[in-house]
Design a protein around this ligand. Structure first.
Ligand code: AGP
Length: 611
């Protein structure tokens, strides 16, 4: 679709019909000597894990701006429209994950000004879009999409009509926007502006070329030099190179960091899917996770010991790491440690004060619920420390300090290696609290070696037999006690999100209080057990077996109660790290056997950057 088509296409929506068009997406911009569509197309593919229901690109060549956008995955759109038929040295692109606005060509980004001179890609929410849209309509602007984003190019255009230049008009427009955003805007003279407030955006600095993207893998084939933007940063890339401002404080200088990941770590290599590659990397990523700086670890030990209350906060998989983490820390530190889902944090705010230590756990460091919880905690005077994978992320910067999980880029939407890295750091912390960091390191080294065996081809073949039994099932139950309850929760989430089989996790002892009514002949129940709770968990396994369940055991020693057994060596407090690995493989294989794409599960996006 050309720009002309975008502009002349009549709105399919009545003027009064407007759906809140929030999106959670991947954005990228490029200015340099290379052919921009090549760079942008590669970048879109790398960012597709952030959203994959529609995508688009705008480029500037010969002072004309062209837009191509459509619904579907990046390569599907490319096969229909050929992004590479465009030629240019500057451009912006977007992969979209819609939450409210429909998945339509009109809603796909980039969005353009009425005169076709300005294009914008956006990740976030314009919370006051209704007022802005009404104002712009009163000024004669027409809208063609359901999105909040379309207000941005039109606000910029409005500023230009008032006599401002592109840069000043964009600055003005962003000052009028309420809400979280990462925006890349481009004028038809090839000037590109990147700005963020609350949503992720990093700038890549190459040799005479610049990139701006939601995540580093989008441009890491071209440069490893990155600038992490802060909230309200406003970066202009034009003929004069890079000019940095902050909308609140004026001109700023930000350091250029060199990233240590190599491009290969963000590639699939010989693996069919990122998910399988990332599962297979866990022996290596665990080794990196436990290489924590002694001083920072000691500081956290002191902070935990000095705090009256310790609260772990996270979402999704990271929260499951907290379920097990809470247990190991409180058992060893002899201190009650609470864990709360980030989206529920507001409901315990009355208990948060300056004597509270909030430990936030996240892979991306950009999860809106977690960031919101951290903001509330800080407002209540609590100290916030984080365990985070992405260095320079918002969570990293919002924390007093952080322990980095060092798992490298995680591209598969289902979190795997980041989860075991989080568990590794939390377990090491527990040992450090006991004054036994060295013992912790040794145990984690043994665990890491076992993780290597558990990701081997023989384990994949064994799990494949089980996946064949389970692939046609509608419901599965997972059971565990203590530490293993975290594993039961995470196993359930993993299988659900990639295979779409319904899985319910239960604390094993709770089963008989109601859910056992659902067990019938052939119902699969997966029981995780350790030395510490073997007797009790096996007796729960016996209860479901007596009702006809197909019982799968995950632990060190088998028992006649199991129809299928997955042997995982006993490593005490590290059990959750090992027991989840066969479950990640099971989830992956179920997805593949059921014809689903495990890297891009339906309705999901890698980082949930909206509340
Ligand atoms: C896990 O497989 C999911 N993709 C999701 O639950 C994720 O863990 C959650 O959204 C939290 O993300 P974060 O670790 O980046 O904060």
């Amino acid at each position: 679709m050309t720009l002309e088509q975008v502009r002349k296409e009549p709105s399919p929506y009545g003027i009064d019909f407007f759906i809140y068009g929030v999106s959670m997406c991947g954005i990228i911009g490029y200015v340099g000597q290379k052919n921009a569509p090549d760079v942008l197309l590669q970048g879109m593919r790398k960012l597709e894990y952030r959203g994959y229901d529609s995508a688009g690109m705008a480029v500037v060549g010969g002072r004309a701006l062209s837009v191509m956008k459509d619904v579907g995955k990046v390569d599907e759109i490319h096969s229909r429209h050929d992004f590479l038929s465009l030629r240019a040295n500057a451009g912006i692109a977007h992969t979209r994950w819609a939450t409210h606005g429909g998945v339509t060509q009109a809603n796909a980004h980039p969005h353009v000004s009425s005169d076709g001179a300005i294009a914008v890609v956006h990740n976030g929410i314009v919370e006051n879009f209704r007022e802005l849209r009404a104002f712009l309509q009163s000024q004669g602007f027409r809208f063609y999409s359901e999105t909040d984003t379309e207000t941005i190019p039109k606000l910029i255009e409005h500023g230009i009509r008032q006599g401002l230049g592109f840069v000043q008009a964009t600055e003005d427009a962003l000052r009028r926007i309420e809400g979280r955003y990462a925006v890349v805007a481009m004028n038809k003279d090839g000037t590109v502006i990147a700005a963020r407030n609350g949503s992720p955006l990093v700038v890549g600095v190459g040799d005479g070329e610049y990139f701006a993207a939601s995540d580093i893998p989008a441009f890491m084939d071209y440069t490893k030099r990155v600038v992490y933007l802060h909230d309200n940063d406003f970066v202009v890339v034009g003929r004069n190179g890079l000019i940095m401002n902050n909308l609140k404080t004026g001109p700023v200088e930000r350091p250029i960091d060199t990233i240590e990941w190599d491009a290969q770590r963000a590639e699939k290599g010989d693996f069919q899917h990122y998910m399988l590659k990332e599962i297979s990397e866990q022996a290596e990523t665990l080794a990196k996770a436990v290489k924590q700086d002694e001083g920072t670890m000691k500081r956290l030990v002191d902070d935990i010991q000095n705090a009256k209350h310790v609260v772990l906060v996270a979402a999704g998989t990271a929260y499951h790491a907290c379920i097990s983490g809470r247990y190991v820390i409180s058992r060893i530190a002899k201190k009650h440690v609470a864990s709360v889902r980030a989206s529920e944090f507001e409901n315990i705010l009355h208990m948060i004060d300056r004597d509270t230590l909030v430990l936030a756990v996240s892979q991306s460091g950009e999860t809106a619920d977690t960031l919101e919880a951290v903001k509330m905690a800080k407002t209540s005077g609590a100290r916030v420390v984080s365990i985070v994978n992405v260095a320079g992320s918002t969570l990293h910067r919002e924390s007093a300090y952080a322990l980095l999980t060092n798992a490298g880029p995680e591209i598969g939407v289902a979190s795997t290696k980041a989860y075991t890295a989080q568990l590794g750091v939390l377990t090491l912390l527990a040992y450090a609290l006991q004054g036994n960091t060295e013992e912790g390191r040794r145990t984690l080294e043994v665990t890491r070696n076992q993780a290597y065996n558990l990701t081997a081809a023989s384990m994949r073949a064994n799990i494949r037999t089980l996946a064949d039994v389970l692939k046609g099932k509608e419901h599965i139950f997972t059971l565990g006690r203590q530490l293993e309850y975290g594993t039961a929760k995470e196993a359930a989430l993993k299988i659900k999100e990639v295979s779409y089989i319904h899985v319910e996790a239960l604390q094993a002892g709770e089963l008989k209080h109601g859910t056992i009514a659902l067990i019938e002949k052939g119902t699969p129940c997966i029981a995780f057990f350790s030395e510490a709770n073997r007797r009790e968990t096996l007796s729960n396994a016996q209860e479901v077996r007596a009702r006809g369940a197909y019982v799968i055991g995950v632990g060190a020693e088998t028992d006649p109660v199991f129809d299928f057994f997955i042997k995982v060596p006993e490593v005490g407090l590290c059990n959750p790290i090992l027991q989840i690995i066969p479950m990640q493989i099971l989830a992956y294989q179920l997805a593949v056997l059921r014809g689903k794409d495990p890297d891009r599960p339906r309705n999901l996006a890698k980082s949930v950057t909206v509340k």
